[in-house]
Design a protein around this ligand. Structure first.
Ligand code: G3D
Ligand code: MG
Length: 187
């Protein structure tokens, strides 16, 4: 892993059962478990990513991924602690349930209220269940444009686009952070 290191916290938000925990599991362990058991609270996973940031060279990113769990009231209570210090958001919807996209507005506003504006990556999950989709690519695209954020059609089940989507968010966070810092110090 390259020498320069950078830490970043990212949070996953979205309605129950869109696939948040499954996406993290796929990204961190490259695995999918249909027998996942729901627990209360939040879980923090870590993943090292090697990134080549244009003009700044190679970095090892220590990403901590925060997975929110439990009931809505409970999440409301934990919200500030959960979102505090997050440098980016993964906003996940379930392509087979239209309402899960509309609900992302509230989730994103909730994060912004704690973090201010940070990069968002939209995950339109369960892409493998194409015959059950209630959302079109156009609708997802419109939503992502409203937040000026990239979107990905992911499947935690097959692994499609999961890694790229997480890496893309890491690269955007890194570029944004390094843009405030000159690559070479001028005399
Ligand atoms: P959550 O953490 O957002 O609440 P989970 O969601 O990761 O617990 O996933 C909810 C259900 O959707 C799980 O099924 C899980 O296996 C399934 N799932 C998650 N991602 C995908 C996907 O990309 N494709 C398909 N086909 N299923 C997915 P159960 O049956 O355990 O409720
Ligand atoms: Mg979960």
């Amino acid at each position: 892993m390259p020498g320069k290191r950078m830490k970043m916290k990212v949070c996953l938000v979205g309605e129950a059962a869109v696939g948040k925990t499954s996406l993290i599991r796929r990204f961190v362990h490259d695995d999918f478990d249909d027998k996942y058991i729901q627990t209360l609270g939040t879980k923090v996973s870590k993943k090292e990513i090697a990134l080549d940031v244009p003009k700044h060279g190679e970095f090892t990113v220590d990403m901590t991924v925060w997975d929110i769990m439990g009931q809505k009231g409970f999440r409301e209570l934990l919200k500030d602690a959960y979102f505090y210090g997050a440098k980016g958001i993964i906003a996940g919807c379930d392509l087979t349930r239209k309402a899960t996209l509309d609900d992302l507005d509230d989730w994103i506003e909730g994060v912004y209220s704690v973090t201010g504006r940070v990069p968002i990556e939209i995950f339109a999950n369960k892409a493998d269940l194409k015959e059950k989709w209630e959302l079109t690519e156009k609708e997802v695209e419109q939503f992502s444009k409203a937040y000026d954020s990239p979107y990905h059609f992911t499947s935690a089940k097959t692994g499609d686009s999961v890694e790229e989507a997480f890496r893309n968010l890491a690269a955007r966070i890194a570029s944004e952070r390094l843009a405030d810092r000159p690559a070479t110090v001028k005399a």
